[in-house]
Design a protein around this ligand. Structure first.
Ligand code: GLP
Length: 241
């Protein structure tokens, strides 16, 4: 596990974007695993600029998002589909058919999870997967629990996650209570993982991820078992390492 502590958000975003861009430059049909949340926004900004400066093409790139809320469709401005479109996909030349995000409006969640997992397998494996982290150590939407859920599955969001994510909604009432997320084995199947964390509120989760006991009570701790993971944090998130 490699840990890189940067001075500020701009430096984190720059480094993260370099990892993403280098993978695509080395392999034009790279398979990317992508996160939502506030943390990766700076990285997406830089990637969009690189595209606008004609330094890169995403024409053959395939993407898989980590998760999606259940009940929100593509047009809902709170859905992760909308988020990804607004912040990345609508600005670059990735093909619509190469973008994969769990369908939050499916009538058969279980079937959607199986199909999502199969689609990832069909593409081989993700060349690089970016993760944020919840204050409670969740990755994707894998919430603390008493076992590691391996594959893509439905999850009931915890109160603290709903509260943390309510800042993106009009009010906490509007935050869906359930979501579809890649599982832990799905996440670990990526060839390379980059976890981004900023701010003091993540310090506890970051230190437990790096040097805590491996436990489903802190899902990110399982990342200790991956053989190519880089954690990029700012000084605040690194305070308890
Ligand atoms: C959500 C997402 C996670 C993300 C987390 C942290 O719960 N499902 O994938 O890592 O938020 O978000 P932020 O970067 O806004 O702190």
């Amino acid at each position: 596990m490699e840990v890189i502590v940067k001075n500020n958000y701009q430096e984190i975003s720059k480094l993260a974007s370099q990892y993403l861009l280098n993978v695509v430059k080395a392999k034009n049909d790279a398979v990317l695993g992508l996160p939502t949340g506030g943390t990766p926004l700076g990285m997406y900004d830089i990637v969009v600029n690189e595209y606008k400066n004609k330094n890169i093409s995403f024409q053959n790139v395939i993407s898989f998002n980590l998760d999606e809320y259940i009940g929100l469709d593509e047009n809902s401005k709170y859905s992760y589909y909308y988020f990804m479109n607004k912040n990345l996909f609508s600005h670059i030349d990735i093909k619509k058919e190469n973008i994969h995000i769990p369908n939050g409006t499916t009538t058969d969640v279980q079937q959607e999870c199986i199909e999502y997992e199969n689609k990832i397998k069909e593409e081989g494996s993700m060349d690089i997967l970016f993760l944020g982290i919840g204050k409670n150590g969740h990755i994707g939407f894998n919430e603390p629990s008493n076992y590691f859920e391996p594959y893509t599955h439905e999850v009931i969001l915890q109160e603290n996650t709903i509260k943390a994510n309510s800042r993106f909604f009009k009010d906490a009432e509007g935050v869906p209570k359930t979501a579809i997320t890649m599982g832990i084995k799905t996440i670990l199947s990526a060839k390379k993982i980059i976890l981004l964390a900023t701010g003091e509120s993540k310090a506890d989760a970051v230190s437990k991820t790096i040097k805590g006991k491996i436990t489903p009570g802190l899902p990110a701790s399982i990342l200790q078992l991956h053989n190519d993971i880089t954690i990029i944090t700012d000084k605040d998130a690194a305070k308890k390492i």
